[in-house]
Ligand binder design. Structure first.
Ligand SMILES: Nc1ncnc2c1ncn2[C@@H]1O[C@H](COP(=O)(O)OP(=O)(O)OP(=O)(O)O)[C@@H](O)[C@H]1O
Ligand SMILES: [Mg+2]
Length: 222
């Protein structure tokens, strides 16, 4: 664990992800193991969707390497293509980025290219249409994240395996909360932690921030 402020508890592997529900965990495990093939039968993408701060971008960045290891036994030879969609790309811009990558020979053992499109709802509707066409490929795997699944093109969603990333049951956060306070030398009961965990509504940003603040108050160091 590093001591970079706020990032000490950043998940290192998929096993560290806190899942909103069991089906989401199983779905990702099946994709990584190859039990659910991708690209296959018109689906070439995974869409991670849910409320703020649940670990979608974190998981998206882990998946290309994990999927490649599942397929070929080796990690990525070529870094994945990370497309941050915050800037509202238009259709031609998205197509150029994706086609340029797909036209190169992949150095990965599987022969596949990997793409992460973070916050994909920020793409204009014409860009979403273009992306929909780009997903009609068996040469790449696309990992999409969004907070606003209702704003996505229906055809785009149909080409994705949908994985919900919403708040987990409270018990899912207790081990993390307990590690946080114990590292600060504070002892608190589960009951004392529950209101703060509940109020975070699945946002690990809020959870870490607020649990640490609570622990500092309990310790008398504000
Ligand atoms: N299982 C976890 N344990 C501890 N910290 C985590 C965990 N998952 C994510 N985090 C941390 O929580 C923060 C938010 O994670 P991330 O950015 O992946 O969420 P997100 O779902 O993409 O958020 P947004 O919806 O705002 O885009 C990051 O600092 C990340 O390191
Ligand atoms: Mg994100």
């Amino acid at each position: 664990m590093t001591n970079k402020k706020g990032f000490k508890y950043e998940p290192k592997t998929i096993n560290d992800i806190i899942w909103g529900n069991t089906e989401s965990r199983l779905r990702i495990e099946d994709i990584v193991s190859g039990t659910e093939a991708l690209p296959y039968c018109g689906k070439s993408a995974i869409l991670l969707y849910g409320v703020f701060g649940t670990g979608k971008t974190t998981l998206a960045k882990m998946l290309p390497n994990a999927i490649e290891i599942g397929k070929s036994g080796q990690g990525l030879m070529l870094p994945e293509n990370l497309i941050a969609c915050q800037q509202g790309f238009n259709g031609p811009q998205v197509m150029v980025l994706i086609e340029n990558a797909l036209n190169k020979v992949s150095l990965n053992e599987s022969g596949l290219h990997y793409f992460i499109l973070d916050e994909v709802d920020n793409l204009t509707s014409s860009a979403q249409q273009s992306l929909k066409s780009a997903l009609n490929t068996d040469r790449g795997i696309f990992i999409l994240t969004t907070n606003n699944i209702s704003e996505l093109d229906k055809g785009l969603k149909d080409r994705c395996v949908l994985v919900e990333m919403n708040a987990a049951p409270i018990s899912g956060y207790l081990p993390l909360a307990k590690s946080l306070i114990s590292d600060m030398g504070v002892v608190m009961s589960d009951i004392e932690l529950l209101p703060t965990i509940t109020a975070a509504n699945g946002s690990l940003r809020n959870l870490i921030h607020n649990v640490e603040r609570l622990a500092r108050r309990n310790k008398g160091v504000v």
